[in-house]
Design a protein around this ligand. Structure first.
Ligand code: NAP
Length: 273
C-alpha cells in the first residue's frame, strides 16, 4: 500500500516540499504519496490528528506551526527540544516523534554542497528567530572557532546564549556589536529581505574568501546578498540547498534511504542575479 506523507502549514500553496519528495521517491523507488495540507490557523493539532487517522505515516511542518509541532510530539528529539520547534513528525502507533532538520540541512548544504568547512571558522548568524534556534546546535557541533548571533532585538540573542549555554559558547548582541568584527561565514536567518529591507552591516564584516548565505530562497539576489556582493564577497548562496537537504534528512528518517540532492537543488535553483 502507498504510504502517505504531507507538509502542513498555513499558507501552503507555495511549498516546494511535494515536488522535492516526489523526486526523492521516484529516484529511490519508494512507494509513497506526499501532499500539501493547509491547516486552519487554530486547527493544527486537529489537522495532524485527522491525517494520522487517515493513515499518514509522517509530516513536515512549516510556518506558523513549527512550535506547536514540537509541543504535540510525545518523543521530541534533543534538537527539536532545544530549538523549541520541529519541522518533521513521524507517527508510530500512539507515538509522535519530532525532529528539527533545518539546522542539519543548512550545515550539509554549506559543507557538502558549497565546500565551506565550519570547523575552526568564525561563523555569524543574523537573526534570533526559529531558523537560528534550529541552526545553532548543528553548527556548534562542527566546532567553529566563534559562533555569534546578533539580532535587531538584542535581548532575544542574549536569551539564546543562555538557552544554549550547555551546548555552545555563543557571542550574542545587536548589530552595533559587529563593529570591528570579521567572519568567514555569515548566515542571514532574518526575514528582513522578504520586506526588501537591508541589514545594518558594518564595513569589513566579511573576511577574505567568506561565504554569505541567505536562508531565504527563490528570490534571486536578496538585499543581504547584494550587500555581501558589494563588500566583495564572491561566494553567495540562497537557502534552496538548505530546503532540499532538510527534506533529504526527513526522507532518510522516514524511509531509511538517503536520496541524492544535487539534481533536485539544481532544478529548484533560481539564478542569483
Ligand atoms: P522568525 O522566527 O519570524 O524570526 C525572524 C527574525 O528576523 C527575527 O530575528 C527578527 O528580528 C528578524 N527580522 C525581521 N525583520 C527584520 C528587519 N527588518 N531587520 C532586522 N531583523 C529583522 O522567522 P524564522 O522562522 O527564524 O525564519 C527566518 C527566515 O529564514 C525566513 O525568511 C524563512 O523563510 C527562512 N527559512 C528558510 C529555511 C530554508 O529551508 N531555506 C528554513 C527556515 C527558515 P526581531 O527578533 O528583532 O524581530
Amino acid at each position: 500500500m502507498t504510504d502517505r506523507y504531507a507538509v502542513i502549514g498555513h499558507p501552503i500553496s507555495h511549498s516546494k516540499s511535494p515536488q522535492i519528495h516526489a523526486a526523492f521517491a521516484q529516484a529511490t523507488g519508494q512507494d509513497l504519496s506526499y501532499t500539501a495540507i493547509e491547516a486552519p490557523l487554530d486547527g493544527f493539532a486537529a489537522t495532524v490528528q485527522a491525517f494520522r487517522h487517515e493513515g499518514g505515516r509522517g509530516a513536515n511542518v512549516t510556518l506558523p506551526f513549527k512550535m506547536q509541532a514540537c509541543e504535540l510530539a510525545t518523543h521530541p528529539s534533543e534538537a527539536a527540544r532545544l530549538a523549541g520547534a520541529a519541522n518533521a513528525l513521524k507517527f508510530e502507533g500512539e507515538r509522535v516523534y519530532a525532529e528539527n532538520f533545518d539546522g542539519i540541512g543548512l550545515v550539509n548544504d554549506i559543507q557538502r554542497n558549497l565546500g565551506h568547512a565550519l570547523q575552526g571558522k568564525r561563523v555569524l548568524l543574523l537573526g534570533a528567530g526559529g531558523a537560528t534556534r534550529g541552526a545553532l546546535l548543528p553548527i556548534a557541533q562542527q566546532g567553529p572557532a566563534v559562533l555569534a548571533v546578533v539580532n535587531r532585538t538584542a535581548d532575544k540573542a542574549h536569551a539564546l546564549g543562555r538557552d544554549f549555554a550547555a551546548h555552545a559558547m555563543l557571542q550574542t548582541g545587536g548589530y552595533d556589536d559587529l563593529e570591528g568584527e570579521t567572519f568567514d561565514v555569515v548566515i542571514n536567518a532574518t526575514s528582513a529581505g522578504l520586506a526588501g529591507e537591508a541589514l545594518p552591516l558594518p564595513a569589513g564584516l566579511f573576511a577574505s574568501g567568506a561565504l554569505a548565505y541567505d536562508m531565504v530562497y527563490g528570490k534571486g539576489l536578496t538585499p543581504f546578498l547584494r550587500q555581501a556582493q558589494a563588500a566583495g564577497v564572491t561566494a553567495l548562496a540562497d537557502g534552496v540547498g538548505m530546503l532540499v537537504e532538510q527534506a533529504a534528512e526527513a526522507f532518510l528518517w522516514w524511509r531509511g534511504v538517503r536520496p541524492a540532492t544535487r539534481e533536485v537543488i539544481a532544478r529548484l535553483s533560481v539564478p542569483l542575479v
